[in-house]
Structures are given as structure tokens and as C-alpha cells.
Design a protein around this ligand. Sequence first.
Ligand code: NAD
Ligand code: AHE
Ligand code: ZN
Ligand code: ZN
Length: 369
Amino acid sequence: MKIRAAVAWEAGQPLSIETLDIQGPKAGEVMIKMVATGVCHTDAFTLSGADPEGIFPSVLGHEGGAIVVEIGAGVTSVAVDDHVIPLYTPECGECNFCTSGKTNLCQAIRATQGQGLMPDGTSRLSFNGQTIYHYMGTSTFAEYAVVPEIALAKINRHAPLDKVCLLGCGITTGVGAVLNTAKVEAGSTVAVFGLGGIGCGVIQGAVMAGASRIIGVDINPDKFEFAKQMGATEFVNPKDHELPIQDVLIDLTDGGVDYSFECVGNVELMRSALECCHKGWGESVIIGVAGAGQEIATRPFQLVTGRVWRGSAFGGVKGRSQLPGMVDQYMAGELKVDEFVSHTMPLDKINEAFDLMHAGNGIRSVITF
Ligand code: NAD
Ligand code: AHE
Ligand code: ZN
Ligand code: ZN
């Protein structure tokens, strides 16, 4: 079948809209028709060439909302017409990661996913016979995608896919990092570094957890208004201060915050986020993704004296068992999603979504098909 897709031919170049060939689903696979997809900073990160796992040419995108159009042999958990969110963190329910009770990082298909391939080691996408690689097992910047069955969360069919697509990454990652990874307690003080889609998801999670103070940190003051709307109680712009930002936050909170979240992908900021935590108990969660070769540093004394450094992927959320419930929470008015959509545009304008992100304009762009 012929489909339109935004192809990343090489690092650092804009996406190019092409007509690709897509093969139907093999055993254990499902073909989905994309209704909408968000554009996450991780897509821009990979397109930039900084991702050690970046493969070109590929179809990027991992924040989709879609409808099942064809199932491969042996598929039982989804059927044609089901509404689904593709999962870059799948859930097989059987691997030792899934059964550990300690992580959402299912490893059943992680190796091939990282190689831009389906679990059988081949791609379903091509251009005039040339292989085009999958991305994060989802490749949502295309009219159709073929994904493994274990990488689909079946959701409420009444949920608007052009909104809940954002639960495929950004909002879920932020909210989940607070509730699942950090397990923030009521009354806690929280600092959020980076007030984009992820940071504002963190703010929403912190409000749900009953945090007493939620301090937003960003170098772009245009981000403060939406963050305030989400529940941030105060703001710090590092550009307004000569002192290191961790010292500013320690002064502001009488010794440091209970929890901090790095939602930028900047290794210097990761250090600040750790060091602004309270001696004895403060915990910092790294969510931002840093480029190839970059490393974090701090004095070990920071950890010896009780601060904790953690990381979180997809907010610690197990996609097939937990994401449908988050969609239902949204439908019940308990989770904000619509507000995160700043711009909506068709696939052929997708490079504008990347331009808006780089310009710091808005929170999320959604591509509709
Ligand atoms: P975004 O572009 O929407 O937001 C990033 C924000 O960081 C912007 O508001 C920007 O002004 C701010 N910022 C940049 N430099 C800063 C600095 N030095 N100090 C303070 N603020 C600064 O990006 P996003 O989509 O929210 O993604 C944020 C990060 O999270 C990215 O690194 C992305 O790859 C990563 N991410 C990780 C996961 C995960 O599962 N771990 C999931 C999604 C995204
Ligand atoms: N491929 C990169 C790391 C990219 C990364 O950390 N991805 C996050 C999701 S970001 C979504 O916007 C993730 O889930 N990581 C866990 C995993 O298994 O990929 C690298 O550094 O190699
Ligand atoms: Zn993402
Ligand atoms: Zn698994």
C-alpha cells in the first residue's frame, strides 16, 4: 500500500513528505491508521543527529492516536476499528522486566526497536525499494504504521485522538514521573526545570500529588503563563540571577526542595536539579534526554549526604495496563490534555511544528491526518 509520510533522510535536515510503500502486518503485528500525532522534543533530538540510536532514513514520531485497520496472524488483544495509542515502551507482560514489578521498561522487542526494525528484523517501510527505518517502534509521522501488538494500548473509543495522542508520550511522562517514579507526597516542595510539554506534565502531576510549592524554572519567560495555568506556584529564570540556579532555589526554599525534575536534556542543568535538593532526603528525577557522549557529574558528597538521583522513562507507566485508565481519567475531567495543544497542522506542515518548538512557541503541536 502507498502512504504519505514525513521522512527523515539525514540528520540536521528538515523532514520531507514522501510517498512510501508499507507492507501489511505479519504475525503478531497490527496496521494502524494515524489520526493525529504530537511532536515531542525527542523527535527533534533524534533528527538533530545527537541520538546515539538515531537511524536514517526513518519515519520519526512517537506520540500517536490511531485506529486499527488490519491485524496480523495470532493477534487477539486488538481488533479492526479499535482506537489505540502506540507505545514506544511496549508491555509484553512476560519478560523478566514486565514481571519484576519494578519497572515499565519491557525488553521483549527493545533490541530490534533500537535498530529501527520490527521484531523479525525487517522493516515494513520502503521508498522505491530502499529500506526506510522505523523509529521507537511507532513511526507516527505517517498516515499508517505497522506496530507490534504488544506496543498498542487500546483506549476508550470516545476519546478525541487529536488530543489524547499527547498521552502517548509528553503528558504521561511528566505526570507519571511524579506519581510513579518519585512518588511525591502531599505537602512536598517541587522544582521543575524546563516548562515544555514534559515539564508542564510534571506540574500537573505535582498538583495531583498535593505538592505545596511548585517552582518552575525556564530561560524562556513566555513559558511561565501556561505553567502557572497548570498549577506552578512561582517561577525562576536562571538568566535573572548571577548565583548558580541551585543556590537560588536553596535560598528560596530554606535548604532545598523535596523533589526536582529535569525536563530539558541539559547535563549541567541535571547537576543543578540534583544539587537544589534538600540535604538528607531530596530526590531528583532526570527525564530530559542528553546527546551522545554527554555525561552527568556531581560531587559524590551530594549523594553521601542523602540526595537521590533517579531517572524516568515514559513516567514509569506500563502502557497496556495503565494508559487506558489515564485516557478515562481525561474523559472524566481528572486529567488536563486539551490545554497542551498549542498548534494543530496537517502533515505537510510538520517542519513548522519543529520550527515552533525550537522558537519556544507553545507547548505541543499536533499533526492531524
Ligand atoms: P520542550 O522543547 O517542549 O521543552 C523544553 C523546555 O526547556 C523549553 O521550555 C525550554 O525553554 C526549556 N529550556 C531549555 N534550556 C533550558 C535551560 N538551560 N534552563 C531551563 N530551561 C531550559 O521539550 P519537551 O518535549 O518538554 O521535552 C523535554 C525533554 O524531555 C527533552 O530532552 C525530551 O527529549 C525529553 N523527554 C524524555 C522522556 C522520557 O521518557 N524520559 C519523554 C519525553 C521527552
Ligand atoms: N536513544 C537514546 C535515548 C532516548 C531515550 O532516553 N528515550 C526515552 C524516551 S524519550 C520519549 O520522548 C526512553 O524511553 N528511553 C528508554 C529506552 O529504552 O529507550 C540514547 O541515548 O541511546
Ligand atoms: Zn516523547
Ligand atoms: Zn515485557
